[in-house]
Design a protein. Structure first.
Length: 124
C-alpha cells in the first residue's frame, strides 16, 4: 500500500483573501490564528474524514503556491530515500506546534517542493 497525501498547504502573500476565496468556492472553513502569523488550518468538511490543510502567509520571495505533504513514518529515512532518487533536501525534520506532528520538505528532480508529514502518532 502506498503512502497517502496527508495534508495540503497554500502559501500566499494575502492568506486572508485566499481563505475567503476557498471558503466561498468549496465551502471550506479556514481558522486563521494570529499567534501563527495568520496561518489558518483548513477544514474541508469532506467525508469520510477531512483532508488536513492550511492557508498561510508567504515568508520569502518565491515561496507562494500549493504544496502537498505525504504521510510517512520516519521523516529522516524518507528524506534520505528522496535524495537518493535525485531530490534536494529543503527543510530538515521540524516539529509543529501544539502536537500536530512534524514535517520536512524536499525539491523533486524538477524543482517541485514536496512535503513529508509525520502525524501526531508518527515518528520523525
Amino acid at each position: 500500500m502506498g503512502n497517502p497525501v496527508a495534508m495540503f498547504e497554500i502559501v500566499s502573500t494575502d492568506p486572508s483573501r485566499l481563505g475567503r476565496f476557498y471558503g466561498e468556492l468549496f465551502g471550506w472553513t479556514v481558522n486563521a490564528d494570529p499567534a501563527w502569523g495568520g496561518y489558518g488550518l483548513v477544514d474541508t468538511h469532506s467525508e469520510p474524514g477531512p483532508l488536513m490543510g492550511g492557508i498561510g502567509p508567504s515568508y520569502q520571495p518565491g515561496d507562494t503556491g500549493v504544496k502537498f505533504y505525504v504521510g510517512v513514518d520516519d521523516l529522516g529515512a524518507w528524506l534520505g530515500k528522496a535524495e537518493g532518487l535525485g531530490a534536494s533536501r529543503l527543510v530538515e525534520p521540524t516539529d509543529l506546534p501544539e502536537g500536530y506532528g512534524s514535517f520536512a520538505m524536499f525539491a523533486d528532480p524538477d524543482g517541485n517542493t514536496v512535503g513529508l508529514w509525520a502525524g501526531p502518532t508518527g515518528g520523525s
